[in-house]
Design a protein around this ligand. Structure first.
Ligand code: NDP
Length: 491
C-alpha cells in the first residue's frame, strides 16, 4: 500500500475573517427639513430651532424646535383639554383599541423607525431592529391589555387617572423609553406631554405620525422638543399632575428638589453601576457573551449596563483571556451596517465624558485593554475597553461611565462578592453567573438592586417591572407595577 500523502492546499486557511459591508438602506426614511412641536394633534411652529445630527457622521439631519416655556404651556393646555373632554372618561376597552392600533402601526413601520433610530442616535441597526422596535411595540400591546382591567389589577381600590403626565426621556433608547412612558400613561386614562432628549428627537417626532394614523384624539399625546430648559419648563409647569423622568441622577435630584411640597407625583429612573458577578462554576463561554452583552450593547449607553465585572479569583486569568479574545471580534463602525456590533457614541459631550473617566482610570493605576480596531475618522467613537487591576475606590469603579468601558474586580467568597457588588450608591441592576440555583437565590436576596439577572443579562419584557432604589431612583416601569404611578385610588 502506498502511503497517504497529505493534500497540499492551494489556498491557505484564512487567518482572519473579513465581513463584506451590509448597509441597511436609508431610503425608507424621509426626513423633513424642519420638525415642529406636536401639540393638540397639530404641528406648532417653534419660535427657535437647533440642528440635530447623526453622531456617526456629524451630518446635519434636520432643524428641531427648542420649546419655550410658552410653547410648553400650550402643550400642557392641550393635554389638559383632552383629559377633561373625553379621554379620561373613555371606557378602558376603547382606550385599549388605540393602544393596539399604535402597536400594530409600529410593527408595520418598524424598519423605518429602526433606520431613523440608528441614524439619529448612533446605535447599531441590528439592535434598533431586533431590540428597540420589537420591545416598543410589545409595550403598547402589553398595556393595551391592561386598559380595561385596571379594576382587576387593583381590586377594591377604584383606580382613577391622575391627569396630565409630563414625561422626560434620555437619548439611549429614544423610542423604547417613549413607549415605556406613553403606553402605561394612556392605558390608565392620562394624557401626556413628552420631551425627548435634545440629541435624539427624530423617532419621537415620527411617532407623532403614528399617533395621527391611529386617530388618537387630539391632545392625548403631545411632543415638545428642546434641551434641558424645555424639560425644566415642563417639570415646573403648574398644571401637570405627574412627572416621569429617566436620565442622570444629577438632574433627577434637581427635579425632586424642585417638586418638594408641590404635591405632584414623581417617578425617577436614574443611573446605575451594576455588578455582573461571575462564579467559578459558571459556564464561562456563555458568561463571556453575557459580559459583552452587558457592557457593549448600545455602546454601554445603558443605565442597567453590567459595567463592574466581579470575577471569582480562581477563574480570573481564564475568563479575562476569553473576554479579550471575544473583544477582538467585535465590529465597531457604521451603525447602519447590519454587521456592526458597536456603533457611534451618542454625542461629542458624552464622548468627552467617557474620555475623561478613562483617563482618570489610567491615572489611578488601572490597566487598560482595547482590541485593535480602526475607528472612523468622522463622528464620535470609542473602542470597546476593559480595565483590569481596578480598586473599588477608583472613579471607574464608582461612577457611571455610560460608555463601552468595563471595570474588572475580583472576589474570593460569595460574601465578598455581595459586599463588593453592593458597594455603590446605585441600586438598579445586577447579574449572577453560576450553575447553582441555590446560589442564584442566595445572591438575589442579598444584592441591593431592582433587577437581578441570572445566567443572562440585559433581558427585558414589558410584563416585568424595572426600576431601582437608592440613587438609581424610585418607581417601577413595566408590568402591573408600571400602572400604579399613573393612577390615584379612593382609599
Ligand atoms: P440628563 O439627565 O441631562 O438628560 C435626561 C433628560 O432630561 C433629557 O431629555 C434632558 O434634556 C432632560 N433635562 C436636562 N436637564 C433638565 C432639567 N433641569 N429639568 C428637566 N429635564 C432636564 O442626562 P444627559 O443626557 O445630560 O447625560 C448625562 C449623564 O447622565 C450621562 O453621561 C449618563 O451617565 C447619565 N444618563 C443616564 C441615563 C439613564 O437611563 N440612567 C440616561 C441618560 C443619561 P437634554 O437632552 O436636552 O439635555
Amino acid at each position: 500500500m502506498t502511503e497517504i500523502q497529505p493534500r497540499k492546499s492551494a489556498t491557505p486557511a484564512p487567518t482572519s475573517w473579513e465581513y463584506a459591508p451590509a448597509p441597511e438602506s436609508r431610503e425608507v426614511v424621509t426626513l423633513r427639513e424642519r420638525y415642529d412641536h406636536y401639540v393638540g394633534g397639530e404641528w406648532l411652529e417653534p419660535s427657535e430651532t437647533y440642528t440635530t445630527i447623526s453622531p456617526s457622521s456629524e451630518e446635519s439631519l434636520a432643524q428641531i424646535g427648542q420649546a419655550s416655556p410658552e410653547e410648553v404651556g400650550l402643550a400642557v393646555a392641550a393635554a389638559r383639554d383632552a383629559f377633561a373632554n373625553g379621554w379620561s372618561a373613555l371606557p378602558g376597552a376603547e382606550r385599549a383599541k388605540y393602544l393596539f392600533r399604535i402597536a400594530r402601526i409600529l410593527q408595520e413601520r418598524a424598519r423605518e423607525f429602526a433606520v431613523l433610530e440608528s441614524l439619529n442616535g448612533g446605535k447599531p441597526i441590528k439592535e434598533s431592529r431586533d431590540v428597540d422596535l420589537p420591545l416598543a411595540a410589545a409595550h403598547f400591546f402589553y398595556y393595551a391589555g391592561w386598559a380595561d382591567k385596571l379594576e382587576y389589577a387593583f381590586p377594591n381600590r377604584s383606580p382613577k387617572p391622575l391627569g396630565v403626565a409630563a414625561q422626560i426621556i434620555p437619548w439611549n433608547f429614544p423610542l423604547l423609553m417613549l413607549a415605556w412612558k406613553i403606553a402605561p400613561a394612556l392605558a390608565c386614562g392620562n394624557t401626556v406631554v413628552l420631551k425627548p432628549a435634545e440629541t435624539t428627537p427624530l423617532t419621537a417626532l415620527l411617532f407623532c405620525d403614528v399617533v395621527r394614523q391611529a386617530e388618537l384624539p387630539p391632545g392625548v399625546v403631545n411632543i415638545v422638543t428642546g434641551d434641558g430648559r424645555t424639560g425644566a419648563a415642563l417639570v415646573t409647569h403648574d398644571d401637570v399632575d405627574k412627572i416621569a423622568f429617566t436620565g442622570s441622577t444629577e438632574v433627577g435630584k434637581a427635579i425632586q428638589r424642585e417638586l418638594a411640597g408641590s404635591g405632584k407625583r414623581l417617578t425617577l429612573e436614574l443611573g446605575g453601576k451594576a455588578a455582573n458577578v461571575i462564579f467559578d462554576d459558571a459556564a464561562l463561554d456563555q458568561a463571556v457573551e453575557g459580559i459583552v452583552n452587558g457592557i457593549y450593547f448600545n455602546q454601554g449607553h445603558v443605565c442597567c449596563a453590567g459595567s463592574r465585572l466581579l470575577v471569582q479569583e480562581s477563574i480570573y486569568e481564564q475568563l479575562i483571556g476569553k473576554l479579550k479574545r471575544r473583544l477582538s471580534t467585535l465590529r465597531v463602525g457604521d451603525p447602519l451596517d447590519k454587521n456592526t456590533d458597536v456603533g457611534a457614541i451618542n454625542s461629542k459631550l458624552q464622548l468627552e465624558k467617557i474620555e475623561e473617566l478613562v483617563a482618570a482610570g489610567k491615572e489611578e493605576g488601572a490597566e487598560i485593554y482595547q482590541p485593535p480596531c480602526t475607528l472612523p475618522e468622522k463622528g464620535y467613537w470609542f473602542a470597546p475597553t476593559v480595565f483590569t487591576n481596578v480598586a473599588q475606590s477608583y472613579r471607574i469603579a464608582q461612577e457611571e461611565i455610560f460608555g463601552p468601558v468595563l471595570s474588572v474586580l475580583t472576589f474570593r467568597t460569595p460574601d465578598e462578592a455581595v459586599e463588593k457588588a453592593n458597594n455603590t450608591m446605585y441600586g438598579l441592576s445586577a447579574g449572577v453567573w453560576t450553575e447553582k440555583g441555590s446560589r442564584i437565590l442566595w445572591m438575589a436576596e442579598r444584592l441591593r438592586a431592582g433587577v437581578v439577572w441570572a445566567n443572562t443579562y440585559n433581558r427585558f419584557d414589558p410584563a416585568s417591572p424595572f426600576g431601582g432604589y437608592r440613587e438609581s431612583g424610585f418607581g417601577r416601569e413595566g408590568g402591573r407595577h408600571g400602572l400604579e404611578p399613573y393612577l390615584k385610588f379612593d382609599e
